[in-house]
Design a protein around this ligand. Structure first.
Ligand code: ADE
Length: 228
């Protein structure tokens, strides 16, 4: 899976790319993440990316020309044009089923990170990106949202997680659209808090039943909407 991220703040991705699962996936050539500075596509002397909105109002708007030129040039860097995605609070809410659909239908994503008051509407009219929001809150820009998107998609690339660490059991996932059960490791007792006896019993059937029940109870208490 290949990601091309278009941003005005490429440095924000350098630490993220060294994060262990992603870093290993990149080393093993299962995933590529290329970060491009949209400012490199400006044509004026001052490398101007934004301007005041026509009609007045606060903030600055990202200009259509450098953004569209950047996307077109980046598209041409690989034989697959890729699905263009714009991270914006106005987009479709990112949920696990959408992640699964995207990961199973595309090999390449071009992710546009917004900033300031947003893009000139013609960026959207011309490029027709899929608009995705990571939740009902407003971030300072689309960079963090695109890291969230990339993180959720790379987990679904076959081979990125070891067999022992499959994404199948993740909360919200295909195998399991409810929350995960609680987990424990050593020590058996800490400050009077003991590991549930059943987990030490060696009775695998009983442990599985207990876990299933814990998952259901948690989901009922915290996210009953998932059970509807
Ligand atoms: N940019 C700013 N806020 C955002 C959000 N909630 N989701 C995606 N992109 C954003």
């Amino acid at each position: 899976m290949r990601f091309d991220v278009l941003t005005l703040f490429p440095e924000m991705f350098s630490g993220y790319k060294t994060q262990s699962i992603l870093n290993k996936a990149i080393d093993r050539e299962l995933v590529e993440v290329h970060v491009h500075n949209m400012r490199d596509w400006t044509t004026d002397r001052h490398h101007k990316m934004d301007d005041r909105p026509f009609g007045g109002g606060p903030g600055m708007i990202l200009m259509v020309e450098p953004v569209v030129n950047c996307v077109r040039d980046v598209q041409a860097m690989s034989d697959r044009p890729g699905q263009v995605i714009l991270t914006t609070p106005q987009g479709e809410r990112l949920r696990q089923p959408l992640c699964e659909e995207l990961a199973s239908t595309h090999q390449r994503f071009i992710v546009l990170c917004g900033r300031y008051e947003g893009f000139d509407q013609r960026v959207i009219d011309i490029l027709k990106p899929m608009e995705i929001s990571i939740g009902d809150y407003v971030l300072n820009g689309g960079e963090v949202a695109s890291m969230v998107l990339i993180d959720s998609l790379v987990r679904l690339v076959p081979g990125v997680l070891g067999d022992e660490q499959s994404s199948w059991d993740d909360s919200f996932s295909r195998g399991n659209r409810i929350l995960e059960y609680p987990q424990y490791t050593r020590p058996r007792s800490f400050e009077g808090h003991d590991v549930p006896e059943i987990l030490l019993s060696g009775d695998h059937g009983a442990i599985e039943a207990w876990r299933k029940n814990q998952s259901l109870e948690r989901t009922k208490q915290r996210r009953s909407d998932l059970l509807e």
